[in-house]
Design a protein around this ligand. Structure first.
Ligand code: 5GP
Ligand code: MN
Length: 328
């Protein structure tokens, strides 16, 4: 779904008619996943709806400041009139909460901003030009003329800031700053959100980088590193969020594509991709069954790290040479 499909009226009618609503987002939730979900949670609750929020992995520690985070369940049971899926480009990405919700909800609204969105659900609020799913929630609340509360604003600002890496990504446009300005005016502290989500990291994260960086390699404009499951166990850190080591590699000026291969203890490998403007790594992620944005994408694939590297590096070479992956 590379085109914008935004059905504000249909989505609003579905919400107005609903009594019970389930909100889900993607597994390994990041600031935009939790921020967009809780931003909408507060607004719908203020409208008098019965709202539940769920994601398999729960809320990561560094986001335990967003108002309402304690309301997020890891497991759910029930039936809903409407389920809203936020910031997830495909159905498997919503995990068990999404699968359960889909089969126990009368209707699914797909709210997202990934160009790789597969077009699942009944009603779409998908615009790849939005910098974050939180922006889509903000625009929807405006459309509904629902005043944004301090709680919503804090959650939405977190999504705006984290998905733009602190307003530094190439998709940031003047209207992005106007949205940020309005959210800030409602009270949340931009510096506090930025510090908590973009700056501060546990010592264990840096320790894990130290153990992983010996695998650092630069080969013809591709910078890569590998994170071993053993090392994650050694330091007691399980990074389940965006922008860890791969963001560090992405600063290497001799490279146009950065990749981190993260070995999981379930026989799968998480691939995190970053690229300079002009190089589309979402094409590789999509071909691997994942998704994302041109400049930041990822996928989780079966196999041993070495085998996955052998498969993925040639795909990235094609991106480096042609700007995009067009298939084998
Ligand atoms: P990160 O590398 O920071 O984990 O993710 C960067 C981007 O790729 C995010 O937009 C994220 O949603 C997307 N992404 C990462 N892993 C996956 C995956 O396994 N499946 C899908 N569909 N998207 C992913
Ligand atoms: Mn997002």
């Amino acid at each position: 779904m590379t085109l914008e499909v935004v059905q504000w009226a249909e989505a609003t009618n579905a919400i107005r008619a609903a009594e019970s609503i389930l909100l889900v987002t993607h597994i390994s939730p990041d600031g935009d996943a939790i921020g967009s979900m809780l931003g909408l949670y507060h607004a719908l609750s203020e409208m008098g709806k019965k709202v539940e929020v769920a994601v398999d992995d729960g809320v990561p520690d560094f986001l335990e400041f967003i108002p309402g985070w304690k309301e997020v369940s890891r497991r759910i049971n029930g039936q809903w009139d409407v389920m809203v899926s936020l910031d997830a480009s495909d159905e498997p990405r919503t995990g068990e909460a999404g699968a359960f919700g889909r089969s126990h909800s009368a209707m699914v609204i797909n709210l997202d901003h990934h160009a790789t969105n597969t077009g699942f659900g009944h009603i779409y609020l998908v615009d790849p030009l939005a910098v974050s799913a939180a922006e889509m929630v903000y625009r929807w609340l405006k459309w509904m003329e629902h005043p944004v509360s301090l709680e919503s604003a804090t959650a939405l600002l977190t999504g705006m800031i984290t998905d733009t890496m602190g307003l530094r990504t190439s998709n940031v446009v003047p209207v992005t700053l106007r949205i940020v300005e309005e959210l800030m005016t409602l009270g949340p502290s931009l510096s506090d959100i930025t510090y908590r989500t973009m700056v501060s990291k546990p010592y264990a994260a840096i320790h894990l980088w130290a153990l992983s960086l010996p695998t650092l390699k630069l080969q013809d404009r591709l910078v890569s590193a590998t994170v071993r499951a053993d090392d994650m166990k050694k330091v007691g850190y399980y990074d389940a969020t965006d922008g860890g080591l791969v963001s560090l590699l992405a600063v290497v000026e001799e490279a146009v594509v950065a990749v981190v291969f993260k070995e999981r203890n379930d026989g799968r490998v998480e691939i995190s991709l970053r690229s300079n403007v002009g190089y589309d790594v979402s094409s590789v992620a999509f071909a691997l069954g994942g998704g994302g944005h041109k400049q930041a994408a990822g996928a989780t694939v079966n196999g041993k790290v070495e085998a996955v590297q052998e498969r993925v590096v040639p795909m990235l070479r094609q991106v480096i040479e042609q700007g995009i992956y067009n298939g084998a």
